[in-house]
Design a protein around this ligand. Structure first.
Ligand code: GLC
Length: 747
């Protein structure tokens, strides 16, 4: 085989094909055809020394953990270094043509007047052999079930308003990353922003990853288990931003609250109904003629004073900003952008698509100058007193249909990107522009929520799953969809509670709110023309059950906040499949409808109409959160009346809570702890809820065992501190004063 090694880069060439390999770590390998700059990986890593054995018709590269064999036909197989078992294996590498129909079918189609090629050519096709009992996870925001095996998905950010059913191939986001789990666990990340197709084994034998125009460029990520692989993937593309505390509060939205009175009415009704609320969203109608960075001077006149009023009621405001800039003479965004050539071009002219304001042009966020310009307007908007920005329609979506392939976007360093390369990272860069501006302006954790994304967008933004429908099918879809997004790095995620399209109904809204209460972001949103979806617009029972579950969420705030804080370090998503904690329990491999929130809570939401009991799989011994009933390992049927979210706590753990309030508070002086079982240990973080400095907090460990309760400060650097701790242990309540030093109490 013809290969060379230069500066620790192994390059193999044969006819017109070149494949390079860089060993970045003992379990992180980069394979690529051409060296290029990643749009998402920001850290450069040094190539490690390559250990190689030349075996004649193939070569073996080895690290302390894996053996990599590359054959003459460029196929790559990776084996576990110790057991010598297959981790992931190519069938054949150089195979860029695919037969889609037979010659007979082609002739028939031609007879009917269609012209059809019976082969499609891709820029690469990778065939990976499916191993025995292999399951696939990840792939970001996709429909279907938790285990992605046997489905095909397309990475091409798409705004298709039809219902997201399980064989829907593309949603709004692209994350060309999957995790394979059989006896060994690994991840493959294809850092290809062009359209890619991930056929996860429709032929039952191979997964086929197909590039349409991009060059082959992928990372093999090895790991002991899924948690480990996810951690390494996140280390590569970036961890989810740490939320401010208020971002874990309840949020209400609608397309649209048409004027200030409607917004105020919602906030007042929430207040009267005694339902917690922290954020209200302003959808497109707050703007003047849908022109971004403006507001309607009649319906939302003196917006800053109005925002102040809402803030004084404990509610923050987050407006929507779409990328499409209205084509209108003398409109500052249009004029400034045109003057400087900031919009996407078709040939020499600025491309005009159509979004809410009518004819619209699309900023080239792929360029730094454009991002800074946009960011300047973001800062001006922040000055109105808003608390974050909602970025939508940024696939980008246009009513004139997909943006033409021929469009060009200004890139960085004098480069130009064609639409096919820029499309999947459009929202990624829009999020970056927004995030960077808010960060610079406020010096606090920015709240950005985006609809479209690429792998790694979580370092700039949170996200939601777009336009779902008010149907039970979509409530069921929500669980595996959010779980796989979590495994793909996106852990601050939401679904529109109650469903976006179509009229919701009482029972569906209640069950969705129960699930929403234990989801990472909790936001009720619905489309124009649908019935009101705020809880109090139903009946007393709905209001009361909604209240109960939002209060449950607010009481669990210290626990949820700790989960997001811990993710910054351990890289485990707060909402996580059972599989993460129980990787050897085969029952957990295909669980679609229950999950864990953090290390100790098991959530089993009811997702079917009329259901008042639920079959729950317990991977260990758990206690009912409310009744303390004990469940041992196995499948059990639990009671789930309409007003109850089935929620369980792992034995021998501690759950921290706050006295529930209707708005997230600036500071809390009391923390309550409940011990489930005979002992427990729990470390909590306490800070002001918004500081960027993740060491400016108190880190306190609480430990209970054999009737001894100890409090150990691992750090004491917050501005305010807990003063009191309430402890519930073996059905007895205790109260202790905290004095900021390590203390031990006998119970
Ligand atoms: C898109 C968004 C939806 C929003 C609507 C109007 O459909 O997904 O959330 O309400 O646009 O802005």
């Amino acid at each position: 085989m013809n290969y060379s090694i230069k500066e620790n880069v192994l390059t193999i060439s044969k006819s017109d094909i070149t494949l390079s390999l860089v060993i970045l770590k003992e379990d992180l390998f980069h394979f690529f055809e051409k060296k290029k700059k990643s749009h998402t990986i920001t850290k450069t890593r040094r190539a490690k020394h390559i250990n190689i054995d030349d075996l004649g018709n193939k070569i073996k590269i080895f690290t302390s953990l894996y053996d990599i064999y590359i054959e003459d036909d460029f196929s790559i197989s990776i084996y576990d270094g110790k057991t010598k078992e297959i981790v992931v294996k190519d069938n054949k590498y150089v195979d860029t043509k695919e037969k889609v129909i037979s010659n007979e079918q082609k002739l028939l189609l031609e007879k009917e007047g269609h012209s059809f090629s019976n082969t499609l050519t891709y820029s690469y096709i990778i065939n990976k052999e499916i191993q025995k009992n292999e399951a696939f996870y990840g792939l970001g925001e996709k429909t279907g079930y938790f285990n992605k095996i046997n489905y095909q998905y397309v990475n091409w950010n798409t705004d298709d308003p039809s219902a997201h059913v399980d064989n829907y191939e593309a949603l709004y986001q692209s994350c060309p990353f999957y995790i394979g789990k059989h006896k060994h666990t690994y991840g493959l990340f294809f850092d290809d922003t062009f359209k890619t197709i991930f056929d996860m084994g429709t032929d039952l034998k191979n997964i086929r990853i197909k590039g349409t125009l991009g060059s082959l460029d992928y990372y093999f990520i090895g790991g002991k288990n899924i948690t480990d692989v996810r951690k390494k993937f996140v280390d590569l593309v970036g961890v989810q931003t740490m939320p401010s505390k208020f971002m874990l509060g309840n949020m209400q939205s609608r397309w649209s609250y048409m004027n200030k009175d409607e917004v105020l009415n919602v906030v007042n009704k929430y207040e009267e109904s005694d339902i917690p609320l922290d954020v209200i969203f302003l959808d497109i109608d707050y703007m003047d003629n849908f022109k971004v960075f403006t507001y309607n001077n009649e319906t939302f006149n003196d917006l800053p004073s109005f925002i102040k009023l809402l803030n004084s009621k404990g509610v923050r405001v987050v407006p929507i900003i779409d990328p499409g800039v209205k084509v209108e003479k003398d409109y500052f965004m249009y004029e400034e952008g045109m003057k400087n050539g900031y919009f996407a071009k078709d040939g020499k002219t600025t491309y005009v698509g159509e979004v809410w304001p009518g004819d619209s042009v699309f900023p080239a966020f792929t360029n730094k100058e454009v991002r800074l310009w946009w960011g300047k307007h973001v800062k001006d908007l922040m000055d109105l007193g808003i608390s974050g920005i909602w970025n939508d329609m940024n696939e980008p979506s246009s009513f004139k249909g997909p943006l033409p392939d021929s469009l060009t976007f200004k890139g960085d360093n004098g480069k130009t990107l064609g639409n096919l390369e820029a499309h999947n990272i459009y929202a990624h860069y829009m999020s970056k522009a927004t995030f960077d501006a808010i960060l610079e302006h406020t010096n606090k954790r920015p709240f950005v929520i985006t609809r479209a994304a690429y792998a790694g967008t979580q370092k700039y933004s949170t996200t939601w799953t777009g336009d779902n429908q008010s149907i039970w099918e979509h409530l069921r879809l929500a669980v595996p969809e959010l779980l796989n997004m979590g495994l793909s790095g996106q852990s601050l995620v939401a679904t529109d509670i109650g469903g976006f399209g179509g009229h919701t109904n009482k029972e569906l809204l209640i069950r969705w709110a129960e699930f929403g209460a234990l989801s990472p972001i909790c936001r009720n949103h619905s489309a124009a023309g649908t019935r009101s979806q705020e809880p109090y617009t139903f009946d007393d029972e709905t209001t009361s059950i909604y209240r109960k579950h939002m209060k449950l969420r607010y009481s669990l705030l210290p626990y949820m906040y700790d989960c997001f804080y811990n993710e910054q370090f351990d890289k485990v998503p707060p909402m996580r499949p059972l599989l993460l904690k129980y990787p050897n329990d085969v029952e957990t491999f295909n669980i679609n409808y229950e999950y864990m929130f953090g290390p100790n809570l098991l959530v089993a939401p009811v997702l079917n109409e009329g259901e008042t009991k639920k079959m729950v799989y317990f991977p260990d011994t758990f206690y009912d959160y409310y009744t303390k009933e004990k469940y041992t390992k196995g499948y059990k049927v639990v009671d789930a009346p309409l007003d109850k979210l089935p929620l369980f706590v792992l034995k021998n753990s501690i759950i921290p809570t706050y006295k529930s309030s209707n708005h997230i508070k600036e500071s809390y002086d009391t923390i309550s702890l409940e011990v489930f079982g005979n002992l427990g240990s729990y470390t909590t973080m306490y800070d002001d809820g918004e500081t960027l400095d993740l060491s400016k907090n108190d880190l306190i460990n609480f430990h209970v065992k054999n009737n001894v309760f100890s409090v150990t400060y691992k750090r004491y650097s917050s501005d305010t501190h807990y003063k009191k701790v309430n402890l519930l242990y073996r059905e007895k309540a205790y109260e202790f004063e905290l004095d900021g030093t390590n203390q031990t109490f006998t119970l």
